[in-house]
Design a protein around this ligand. Structure first.
Ligand SMILES: Cc1ncc(COP(=O)(O)O)c(C=O)c1O
Length: 362
């Protein structure tokens, strides 16, 4: 029940680690197979998001992807304002504030008291000096989901770019980038995408970002990786220009295996399947006097249900003692079912929560 942090280990993902080790054992090094896996992951991500693989960069984390984006801009220009929210994962806030050293201005638009993004206020904050609007799709603290379309439309009207951090949504909430017109989207494969740490990714829409050239770079971002040129910088035309050095090869194998499984099952099916489990969780928690801090409407939350706790770490440990694996952030216990959970699992979570109800905060 902790897919918002690390997805459960699928058999084929486990086998893929073994397969990687075999490439070392049997072949010594298997460069073709290794590089092939980078391209396989790129292609699979293209399928997940319904875009060309050439618009996908496979990075080593979401942070690496955002840093690479941030390195593209000249913040000494008038258009140097970054409009963001209070719901961002720390890495997003930190990377944008790091650009203040280069002249950027960062504006956080306050969220509503229930931690939903104030979309009207966010849109109001976007002006002719806004360079990029950086917004998280599903908040890591309580699972609140932000409607992205009006934000993207407003940003584009003012000539600003949009970056969506979709890490808490990818693999759990369907995202179709052929219709959702964000310029950038970042995420990683560790959580609902069933992979391992070491693989993040970046979607960069070719039509709106092709002229952005990162200063954060490395030889795997070069147009011709094997040109081995030390006298110039000739980045790839594709989104691959946002990559850096040697990929996290061991992590590409589980990433590919997880993404294949995800595509077989289908994110739309997962989204529909998990929804009644959320309702079951919410009803059970409220019935025992707990307070769910995740918005109730299906379209307003991701795959996580967060429960207010008076001692979040002890609460998670108590549940772990019952072999119920969850995680916590910001005073909440996060329960995040996926397609491998069922009605009985939820009953078990509820029984454990009831047993340790003294941790529930009113
Ligand atoms: C919403 C969100 N964004 C970004 C990150 C950080 O990703 P990475 O460690 O790959 O940079 C996380 C990780 O938990 C996250 O939940």
């Amino acid at each position: 029940m902790n897919s918002c942090s690390q997805g459960a280990l699928a058999d084929r993902v486990r086998l893929s680690f073994d397969y990687y080790l075999k490439t070392l054992e049997v072949n010594g090094s298997a460069w073709g197979d290794w590089a092939g896996h980078q391209e396989k992951v790129r292609n699979l991500l293209g399928q997940v998001f319904k875009v060309e693989p050439s618009e996908i960069a496979v990075t080593t984390s979401a942070s690496a992807a955002v840093s690479s984006i941030a390195s593209c801009f000249d913040y000494t220009q008038k258009r140097n304002k970054i409009v963001t929210t209070e719901n961002e994962f720390p890495t997003i806030g930190q990377i944008w504030h790091a650009q203040e050293r280069r002249g950027a201005r960062v504006l956080h638009v306050p969220s509503k008291p229930d931690l939903t993004v104030d979309v009207a206020a966010l849109i109001d904050a976007i002006d002719d000096e806004t360079l990029i609007v950086s917004v998280t799709q599903v908040c890591f603290r309580n699972g609140t989901l932000t409607e992205l379309e009006p934000i993207i439309e407003a940003a584009h009207k003012k000539g600003a770019l949009v970056l969506v951090d979709a890490y808490q949504g990818v693999g759990a909430v369907p995202i179709d980038l052929s219709s959702l017109k964000t310029d950038f989207l970042v995420g990683g494969v560790l959580k609902y995408m069933l992979g391992a740490p070491g693989v993040g990714f970046l979607f960069a829409r070719h039509s709106t970002t092709q002229n952005l050239i990162p200063v954060n770079t490395g030889w795997f971002a070069a147009r011709d990786i094997f040109a081995m040129d030390i006298h110039g910088y000739d980045p790839a035309k594709e989104a691959r220009r946002f990559e850096s050095g040697t990929p996290a090869i061991p992590s590409l194998y589980p990433a590919a295996a997880g993404l294949e499984l995800l595509l077989e099952i289908g994110v739309e099916n997962i989204y529909e399947y998990v929804s009644p489990l959320h309702d079951q969780l919410r009803e059970g928690i409220e019935a025992m006097g707990g307070r769910v801090v995740t918005p109730a409407k299906k379209s307003n939350h991701g795959a996580m249900i967060a429960v207010a706790s008076n001692n979040e770490n002890a609460h998670v440990s108590a549940l772990e003692g019952e072999k119920v694996i969850t995680s916590c952030r910001d005073g909440n216990v996060r329960i995040s079912p996926h397609f491998y959970n069922n009605y009985e699992d939820v009953e078990r979570v509820l029984a454990s929560l009831a047993k340790h109800r003294t941790f529930l905060s009113k």
